[in-house]
Write a protein that binds this ligand. Sequence first.
Ligand code: PGA
Length: 242
Amino acid sequence: MIVVESKEKHSQRIANCIAEEIKLRQKFDQHLVLGLATGSTPIPLYNELVRLHTEENLSFRNVYTFNLDEYCGLEDNHPKSYHDFMYFHLFNRIDIPRENIFIPSGQIEPLFERDYCEGYEQTIKDLGGIDIQILGIGRSGHIGFNEPGSSVDSITRKVKLHDITRRDAASDFGGFDNVPTHAITMGMNTILSANRIFFMAFGEAKQEITKRAFCGEITDDVPASHLQRHKKTTICTDFDIT
Ligand code: PGA
């Protein structure tokens, strides 16, 4: 499904959908598993979820979250870590139990990386899989940090970041050379196994790559293009790609 409207409208619509699902599960004493993204794109969505919590009493006590990725080499409390981002924009402002929050660690020793990543996958599976996944897209065509060349079968793992991705993050880190070179990311398979996906892309800079992803060939060169085969993805943009 493709919807074109403002990012605020999209954020409200997605937040309402998440809220309805949380409340439905609460009725049956069940939990909801959310896959979450970082970057500027989902910020209005997180603001809206916080508003639903503070103004409309939406509780997140039955919610588990799994973040897509984290930069390697950054401590959790580094100001540019995705841990810091998530606690600042969402987790510190809602009532989710801390033990329900999962974000890949950027601090795993190389020797233990594989076991750690397999453990991340297993925890998602043990909770029944991701019910709703939030996604943005990078100008390289990545989802999570699945850069061009990522296989559709890939699972959570350590990856090398594309130069476009590092260039786009350069201002955050005070220069290209300061941007971490590697990250831990959920895999393509992990993401595509989600029951429902909300894909968001806003602004002119994302128009061309979004069009390639959804109107072009399905190819590992544009990892987001594999979303064309996902059974329940809503494409939320503020530009037309048709
Ligand atoms: P952005 O990043 O939301 O900051 O544009 C999205 C991404 O790189 O996946």
